[in-house]
Design a protein around this ligand. Structure first.
Ligand SMILES: [Zn+2]
Ligand SMILES: [Zn+2]
Length: 364
């Protein structure tokens, strides 16, 4: 009986021992997990702080001042779209860096933000050239001026443009008055309020004037010329030259022989472009689904923009080395659509044809 009792006792102890062993192993594993987690949190927090500091330093030191000293001209396409709703492209804006000059050609919405994203030193903006006063070309002007001032711009900007440019600058003075007061009060920042805005210089140029000098400074020349943007009068294009390099901006225009003379032998012609075939189809489709107002609008704007095929002939007649299509209507959403957009142009112009993208930079 005694011998038989032993196994019974062992059988009772075994589950308890197993339980205790499991509890011990569990406690050990839990301790290890807690130890590793604590170590990881400590290390990760340290690493996060270090990463944050390193990122801030890199961002602060990564402004593209190098673009001002390499002897090249740089054209940055900040916005290649139009007012077309639904397009992911930003409206018209470009930056030109040549020598010591940072010149903005049109200041559509988002121009300032894109420049900052590209690490362009906005505090060096010296000049804004407005081609005309349509909203998609001026919607970002206030922020271009305000952000560059906040970034420490040590000089006033001059805004050149058609009649009406002065009113825009005056309007911005009202719009930004409170902000300028806050930022120049010295409570947090102390910027010179007299530098916050811009001088406006209104240009008067007739079609027969050809190229008219706007300014020559630091080896950079800027000329303005008249273009044909239908009822939007006046509307201008600009030609910028630096150390034998040249770039021409068309602004918004219907196909015009004035462009051939203004862009003669330019290295790069950056020209607005509309694919009329696509637009005719779009207008027809909108008419078919009983949206006559939009259809009529689509048809009407064809009268004061430039068809891609006409543009190819202009580029050929002007003998430009490279043609860049911007202000794209309709805006191609992908590379296949971009190829369709410029189809047929090669029959009239043998040079390279680039369908612009936002943030594209050309340097030469
Ligand atoms: Zn326009
Ligand atoms: Zn436009």
């Amino acid at each position: 009986m005694t011998k038989d009792a032993e196994p019974e006792k062992n059988d009772t102890d075994r589950p308890i021992r197993r339980l205790l062993t499991r509890v011990a192993i569990g406690a050990l594993v839990l301790s290890l997990i807690l130890a590793i987690t604590g170590w990881a949190v400590f290390r990760f927090t340290n690493a996060t702080d270090m990463l944050m500091r390193s990122t801030v330093k890199n961002l602060a030191l990564s402004q593209r001042h190098d673009l001002f000293t390499d002897g090249q001209i740089h054209v940055i396409l900040l916005g290649t779209g139009s007012p077309q709703p639904g397009s992911e492209r930003l409206p018209a804006a470009n930056a030109v860096i040549a020598g010591d000059e940072l010149i903005i050609v049109d200041a559509g919405e988002g121009a300032s933000r894109t420049m900052s994203a590209l690490r362009l030193p906005t505090q060096r903006i010296s000049t804004v050239l407005l081609t005309h006063l349509h909203s998609d070309h001026i919607g970002g002007l206030g922020q271009v001026l305000n952000e560059s001032w906040n970034a420490g711009r040590p000089h006033e900007v001059t805004v050149y443009g058609p009649v009406g440019s002065q009113s825009i600058v005056d309007g911005l003075a009202l719009q930004y008055q409170a902000d300028i007061d806050y930022r120049s009060s010295g409570h947090v920042e102390k910027h010179d309020p007299t530098l916050a805005l811009a001088n406006a210089e209104e240009l008067v140029v007739a079609p027969e004037d050809g190229l008219v000098r706007v300014f020559e400074r630091n080896g950079v020349t800027v000329d303005v010329f008249h273009v044909d943007h239908g009822h939007v009068v006046p509307a201008f294009g600009y030609r910028i030259e630096y150390q034998g390099r040249s770039v021409v901006f068309s602004g918004d225009t219907a196909a015009t022989p004035l462009m051939v003379d203004a862009a003669k032998n330019a290295d790069v012609l950056i020209h607005e472009a509309m694919n009329m075939r696509m637009m005719r189809n779009a207008a027809q489709a909108l008419g078919e689904i009983d949206m006559p107002d939009v259809a009529n609008q689509a048809a009407a704007i064809m009268g004061y923009h430039t068809d891609t095929l006409e543009l190819a002939k202009i580029a050929s007649d002007a003998n430009v080395s490279k043609l860049v299509l911007t202000h794209l209507i309709p805006a191609p959403p992908n590379v296949i659509a971009a190829r369709m957009f410029k189809s047929g142009m090669g029959q009239h112009y043998s040079g390279p044809i680039i369908v612009a993208e936002d943030r594209m930079m050309l340097s030469w």
